[in-house]
Design a protein around this ligand. Sequence first.
Ligand code: SF4
Length: 345
Amino acid sequence: MALTCRHRLVNLYNSSCSATESHLTTIQITRATDVLPEEEIAAVQPLVDEINRLKIERNAIVAAHNYMTPDIFHLVADITGDSLALANLALEADADVIVLAGVKFMAETAKIINPEKTILIPDLAAGCSLADGITGADVRRMKAQYPGLPVVSYVNTSAEVKAESEITCTSGNALAVVESLGVDRVIFTPDQYLGKWVASKTDVEVILWEGSCMVHERFTGEEISDYKRDMGDIPVIAHPECPPDVLAEADYVGSTHGMIKWVSDNRPRKVMMITECSMADNIASAAPDTEFVRPCNLCPHMKRITLDNIKRSLETLTYQIEIPQDVAERARRAVTRMLEVGRQD
Ligand code: SF4
């Protein structure tokens, strides 16, 4: 598996924010056709070469989420995408080992649909405020409170929560999934904001679990409105994990995949992208004519994944994702049902 540096990059952005920095203190502007400077590529080249050698040795691939840093996304990833894309692509991958460059629930989802493959996560502490905020017991309690109602769970959940759910969804197909059930009411877990956004688009009553994404919940509508005023009312695209007052300021609301498609279809000269910081870095090379203005907010969980721990993961085959068989089987039913609904964005 040869290394392909698929994007030759020019550094025109300032990646100075950190996970602990106040998110709207910095506006990053990406106007580059590329995002990694040559010196940076040269510095990591030995590590990248070693990762690619290990991939061949292990018959492994690296599946990277859109929120990975550009070095991972552009230099070692074999497949990239959002949660739904990674789940689908991992299913088709001709590899014995998949290193999930993302967070733990994504690795679990890959294991659920690829039980025979070795699925690795380079850092077990790469969690998610949504997935870590609800347990299988919580879902069972909700089901007892609302007997007979189907449970729709966002893929940002543990295998145990998926196993308690009728069907999973992503931000790309949540509305279609809810409507596919043909019922008047559903229980929706764990993201209250995605659930509220779905509820605003359908006649189905949506009963919410009050979870949230620690990255997207920090944006506020007032701040976005201030930026729009200062920057000349440029179009705003936002992820549905943002609070409703942020989404009210947006011209388009959709998954990371949907946002990429929106930029590609509309080719705006300038756009404000409200989501995790690395997203604009990673799509900039595909939209060289667009300037991305983005309030800066990094996911600390995603940023636990590095070239170093990807290499270590391939060397030591750690950390392997294991799911009890009965949990995996029930979770697979919910995920498979979602995959049958497919992508709607
Ligand atoms: S960005 Fe939010 S939803 Fe995604 S992994 Fe980080 S905390 Fe979870």
